[in-house]
Design a binder for this molecule. Structure first.
Ligand code: HAM
Length: 423
């Protein structure tokens, strides 16, 4: 016997019941984005692999270990998107949005991303990110708006106890001066660092500071901080971002060791964490990427954004016992008492649906008792019964389930009557 085909590891089927929660979350996010004047953008799920090599960075884990490359007959080398920023920036350049009337461009997206990672709670191979990108402004107020948008969304769902970890990773120039001082500390302990750190030391030594390995942390505890190597402008930018956050009452923790896993960041880098979700405690990550548009061949434009995992938001809500309100139930169930009434019921259900009323009927030739059970399971607010005498008189018996109240009504008046009762 051949074995049955299973869902790929690290992916999920979102089933009825769960999907409604996702829709609720997505709708709420879209509402909040509208208040902040962000417009939705939808870019392809796959792009030329070169976009991610240049955009995200060839030496990052995301590109080196986690990217899904597509095998196709065409000559283009394609990959599933591991994140959203590179695609949005590609589109910004291609659609010449730097010339659009409204600046900065404020965009958001919600959709699936793909990373070949070891699956665990809150970590998937197909996951969904909500993210925003603001392109065309260097103003530190934009950094603070972006961070506060993420926080306000979490707060709107009722989450508490979140912390914003924030750092400035400086400009490329700032990092050059830091790099020399950093290597003076890292080189003597090079052989004692973990394998990942040893491979990162020459390519991007800043990443060594972000290693979660205890031994690496101890070995690098006296490493110079990037914050001591910021230019005056970078310092000013960072302190202005922080003062805007203070103005909004958003608590933060400056973490000079925060270095994000993607290569495009300059200056502001941040993460939002929540202790209760354990191993994967990062809910959200983002930062500024002032060199990315030019790196991808566009007219030099500064950018900043963040993304968070929708699965992680749902996990966080579950951990804090926050229920997502899900509307269930239909308006009306049409029960068929005699097989002759089937045609009449079929037309009636169609009329109700056209009138904006959700309606269902029996397709399994069930007995009345089983049809009423089905109506209960569907949480129908009303049931309609068509029997022989109703068929002859062209009427129906309408019952309101909450009150048990029953009345006979002309079939042609049912939709109008139900509409007024439901409104
Ligand atoms: P990231 O930190 O790689 O940043 O991912 C952002 C968020 O996506 C994470 O904090 C997490 O919530 C979620 N996430 C990442 N990987 C997984 C996974 N395997 N399973 C479930 N959730 C996951 C970025 O992707 C940047 N593009 C963010 C950004 C936008 N920076 C600037 N603009």
């Amino acid at each position: 016997m051949s074995s049955s085909i299973k869902i790929p590891r690290g992916t999920q089927d979102l089933m009825p019941g769960q999907v409604e929660k996702w829709q609720y979350v997505e709708n709420k996010i879209r509402d909040i984005c509208a208040r902040y004047n962000y417009d939705e953008i939808r870019t392809p799920l796959f792009e030329q692999v070169e976009l991610f090599l240049r955009g995200v960075g060839e030496t990052t884990d995301v590109v080196q270990k986690e990217i899904y490359r597509l095998e196709t007959k065409g000559e283009e080398k394609l990959a599933l998107r591991p994140e959203g920023t590179a695609g949005v920036v590609r589109s910004f350049i291609e659609k010449k949005l730097y010339g659009a009337a409204n600046q900065p461009q404020k965009l958001f997206y919600i959709g699936p991303m793909y990373r070949y990672e070891r699956p665990q709670a809150g970590r998937f191979r197909q996951f969904h990110q909500f993210g925003v990108e603001v392109i065309g402004a260097t103003d530190p107020a934009v950094d603070a708006e972006v961070i506060s948008l993420a926080m306000r969304i979490y707060q709107a769902f009722g989450l508490t106890g979140l912390s914003v970890e924030i750092n400035s990773v400086g400009t490329i120039e700032d990092r050059k001066s830091h790099r020399a001082a950093l290597l003076d500390v890292l080189n003597p302990v090079r052989e004692e660092l973990c394998e990942d750190c040893r491979s990162r030391i020459d390519r991007n030594p800043l990443r060594v500071l972000d290693c979660k390995n205890n031994k690496c942390q101890t070995l690098t505890k006296d490493a110079p901080s990037i914050l001591e190597h910021l230019s005056d402008e970078s310092k000013e930018h960072f302190s202005t971002v922080l003062s805007y956050l203070e103005g909004l009452g958003i608590p933060y923790n400056v973490n000079p060791r925060l270095v994000r896993g993607l290569d495009y960041y300059t200056r502001t880098a941040f993460e939002i964490k929540m202790a209760e979700i354990g191993a994967v405690e990062t809910l959200c990550g983002g930062g500024r990427y002032n060199g990315l548009v030019a790196e991808l061949g566009g007219e030099d434009s500064p950018g900043i954004g963040f993304a968070f995992g929708v699965e992680r938001l749902l996990l966080a809500l579950e951990k804090q016992n926050i229920e997502i309100p899900v509307a269930t139930g239909i308006d009306c169930y049409v029960a068929i008492q005699t097989p002759d009434a089937k045609g009449q019921a079929f037309v009636l259900v169609d009329q109700l649906r056209q009138a904006g009323i959700s309606a269902e009927m029996d397709y399994l030739d069930r007995k009345m008792k089983a049809q009423f059970k089905a109506a209960d399971r569907l949480e129908a607010k009303f049931t309609v019964v068509i029997g022989e005498s109703e068929l002859a008189n062209n009427t129906v018996v309408l019952k309101e389930m909450a009150t048990g109240e029953q009345q006979e009504v002309p079939a042609t008046e049912l939709a109008g009557l139900l509409s007024s009762k439901l409104s």
